[in-house]
Structures are given as C-alpha cells and as structure tokens.
Design a protein around this ligand. Structure first.
Ligand code: EPZ
Length: 422
C-alpha cells in the first residue's frame, strides 16, 4: 500500500490542469447500456473508480476500451448478456447502482446488489426505488440484491423526490429516456453532473428539458443512438486545488476551471481572504494576506456549498484567524477527518452534524490515516501548511478521485511524494 509524505511548504506557483469529473463519468458510463450503438466519452478522468465501473460494465457484457492513456472511454452495449451487478463489484463502489435504471429501461429487468453503508453514511436507495416504481417497475429486495423488472416496459410518470438526491435523479432520468410517455421529476438534483448527463443523453437522441433546475421533464423515445460526449470539468478537484495557495501562499492557475461550477464555494473563499479570478485558461487563485479568516459554512445540494469540499475547507479553517462553524447537512457521518486533523494540532469540537473549529497559528506534521476520499485530500492540504513532515496512509482512497495528485501539486512547488509502506 502507498502513503503520501508532505512537508510544510513555501508559496506555490504555476498551473494545474483540471481533469474530467469523476462523478459525471460514473453516471455517463452506465448510459451506454441505454443504446445498442457505441458511446464514446472524451476528457475522461484516470481514476481507480473509472476502472471499477469498466469492470462492472464488462461483467454485464458491454465492451469498454480505454484509449489515449485513459482519457477516452469507447463503449458499446450491443451484446449485453448478463443483468446481474455483482456484490463483489458493487461493494467497492456505490455508484455501481447507476446501472439499475438503464438496465431496467433497456432490458426490462435487472438484479443489482445493494451497496450497503459507507464511511460517511448509511446511504440508502429508497429514492431510487421510489422513482423507478413510479415508472412502473416492480422491485423487491432478496438476499441483498434488488430484483427489478418491468415486463411491459417503463411508463412515464410524475414524481417528487423527498430529497434532491444526485444518484436517484440520475437513475430515474436515464430510465425515463426510454419510458413510454412523459416523466416529470420534481425536486430533482441540480448538480452540474446531472446537466452533463442530460447533454450526453440528448446527444444520444433523448428528449429532456429542465436539467439544472429542480423540475426535469423527459419525453420517452423508442430507442437511443450512439454519440461522443466530452466529460465536464471536475468541480471537486477544481475546488480542492483552489485551496492549495490558501494553505501555502503564492498563486496558482487552474486550467479548465469554470466559475459557474464553484460559485458558492468561491464566495466563501472571498470571505476568507482568497481571491478567485477568471482567466482565459481557467481560474487564478491567490491569498490576499498571510492568514485566512474564519468563515462559517453549511453544506447543501448544488448550487449550495458542496459536501465534497467540506473536509478540505475544514482543514483550512484549522489555520484561520478566529472560530468557524461547519454544518454538514448531506451526510450523517462526514467528520472522520476531524480526529486526524486534531492529531496535527488542530482545535475542533464535533457535535453531531456541527463542527466548531478554533483556528491555530500552526499545524504540526504527524502520521495520519485517510478514511474516505475527501478526508484523505484534506490531510494532504493540511500537511502542506504544517511544520515538519506529515505521512498520510491508505491513499487508495485518494486515487479513487484524484489523478496522480503528487504530480499535480509537485508541479506548482509542493513538497509531496508517494512512498511504498514498509
Ligand atoms: C453523489 O453521491 C456523489 N457521488 C457524492 O460524491 C456526493 O457527496 C453526493 O452526490 C452529494 O453531492 C457520485 O456522484 C458518484 P445523494 P450520491 O443520493 O448520489 C440520502 C465523492 O466524494 N439518500 O445525493 O450517493 C443519502 O444517504 C462522493 O465524490 C437517501 O436517503 O448522493 C445522503 O445522505 C461522496 N435515499 C443524501 O441523500 C436515497 O435513495 C445525498 O445522497 C438516496 C440518497
């Protein structure tokens, strides 16, 4: 297993290219199931989660070819010969449950393992099931698997999600493209990854309106055709690297960065004393003074403050001037990074979904452990502002969502290296 060693850093300088979005690619790849014709994704991120989705699709009989060093995924679901998404794959990556809607719509049946809980929360699928049953599917849980069928095909319907779930919106949206009639999804998720999925489905011949708003309308069609689609920029990788100069000083340009993807986040950075400006190539970020200011945040569905940037922002608040209050409203157990930051000398109190952070002058390097994807990167950022050496273990979490982070941060001057555990 690998660990990453980070040493406290001086100011950063240079450019970091931002990859395609993991959370868009993980819903775009299952869309290949909806058509017999090839779907090609460009600007795909090179991550272990994408490899897991490839293994899953291949286990269903899809052809998935990774080209151009993994930046292009060429897929075809002409010969699907298996409709069971196995537990051994699904338990590695929850997003595997995004094959349920497409398989139901294309094949009329699907058996998908329930993913079970994860480090950050229980993460049930009741909203996915609610929406697909509204479209006429019959779904029952047997031996840890969801057995779903729609013998007569899916039928369009009106529904309202109790919570604007990203995954449920994606599963229902994909299924509705081949359902007979009109589907209306109210209180739908508005994340940019949903808009990217809708753009791809439209390129395949789907009729969709309202994506990006909380009411999506889909006119079902008989079949979808092939297409080529460019994956949207990863706003979470973007947000993560926007914070790097806030920890160490200096100035960094994020190539491919878009302000509309990180507006609410950029507003909080401005309050903390960090300038974010648009450039021809992306976004430029620099700290206004030697010390950032404490700012309160509450995580919300898009366009609110993203939960996937909460851990990274908490790490910054650990060295801010003053006290900040962070409220995590999306996941019930997403402060696992706090005890690790405390090992580095941070002052944090956690009560349920609220964390109070008293900023300290300086963090101290330590051996710390990654517990999930975003928690792991928050420890790396904290290590870049700490005195001495920080060793982050279990970085396999990190590789699920960040392409060779040590190369990207090293290129702008960070003291960071990957080492094999002894
Ligand atoms: C997506 O997860 C992302 N993952 C997550 O990113 C992200 O944190 C999350 O959206 C919120 O933005 C992918 O896109 C692959 P949800 P998803 O359904 O779809 C509850 C990362 O770090 N809920 O919007 O699973 C659920 O338990 C990952 O890249 C139900 O109760 O998120 C959670 O508390 C982590 N019933 C909340 O809603 C349901 O049927 C949000 O979940 C579905 C969800």
């Amino acid at each position: 297993m690998d660990s990453i060693v980070v040493r406290g850093n001086g100011p950063l300088k240079g450019q970091i290219p931002i990859a395609g979005a993991k959370n868009a690619c993980l819903t775009l790849m299952p869309a290949t199931i909806l058509s017999e014709e090839p779907l090609t994704l460009t600007n795909a991120p090179r991550l272990s989660d994408i490899k897991t989705m490839t293994t899953l699709l291949q286990s269903l009989g899809a052809e998935v070819t990774s080209l151009q060093d993994g930046k292009v995924q060429a897929m075809s679901s002409h010969n699907l010969d298996n409709h069971v998404a196995d537990y051994d794959i699904v338990r590695k990556m929850r997003a595997s449950n995004l094959v349920l809607g497409p398989m139901l719509a294309r094949l009329g049946h699907a058996v998908v393992s329930l993913p079970g809980g994860c480090a950050i929360g229980a993460r049930p699928m009741d909203l996915h099931i609610y929406g697909l049953e509204k479209l006429g599917a019959e779904i029952e849980l047997k031996d840890g698997y969801l057995h779903a069928k729609a013998p007569g095909g899916l039928k369009g319907a009106e529904m309202e999600l109790a919570f604007a779930s990203v995954g449920a919106t994606e599963n229902i949206l994909m299924a509705a493209t081949l359902a007979k009639g009109t589907t209306v999804i109210r209180n739908a998720a508005r994340e940019p990854e949903i808009v990217d999925l809708a753009d791809c489905l439209r390129a395949m011949g789907a009729q969709i309106e309202g994506d990006g708003t909380s009411e999506i309308v889909v006119q079902g069609v008989d079949r979808l055709h092939g297409a080529t689609h460019q994956v949207v920029t990863d706003r979470i990788e973007l947000g993560t690297f926007m914070l790097a100069p806030a920890f160490c000083g200096g100035e960094v340009e994020l190539l491919g960065g878009r302000m509309d993807l990180v507006q609410s986040f950029a507003e909080k950075l401005d309050l903390a004393g960090i300038d974010v400006t648009e450039t021809k190539a992306g976004l430029k970020v620099a700290r206004r003074s030697d010390r950032v200011k404490a700012v309160d945040v509450t995580t919300e569905p898009f366009p609110g403050f993203p939960t996937d940037l909460q851990a990274q922002f908490m790490a910054l608040m650990c060295i801010a001037e003053g006290t900040s209050v962070l409220e995590e409203k999306i996941f019930e157990n997403r402060f696992m990074h706090a005890p690790e930051l405390i090992r580095m000398g941070a002052s944090i109190e956690v009560h349920g979904g609220t964390a109070t952070v008293h900023g300290v002058e300086q963090l101290k390097g330590a051996r710390v452990m990654a517990t999930d994807l975003r928690a792991s990167v928050s420890l790396i950022l904290a290590g870049m502002a700490a005195e001495g050496e920080t060793v982050v273990s279990r970085v396999y979490h990190l590789d699920r969502g960040y392409e060779r982070i040590e190369d990207k941060l090293g290129a702008v001057g960070a003291h960071i290296e990957r080492v094999k555990d002894q």
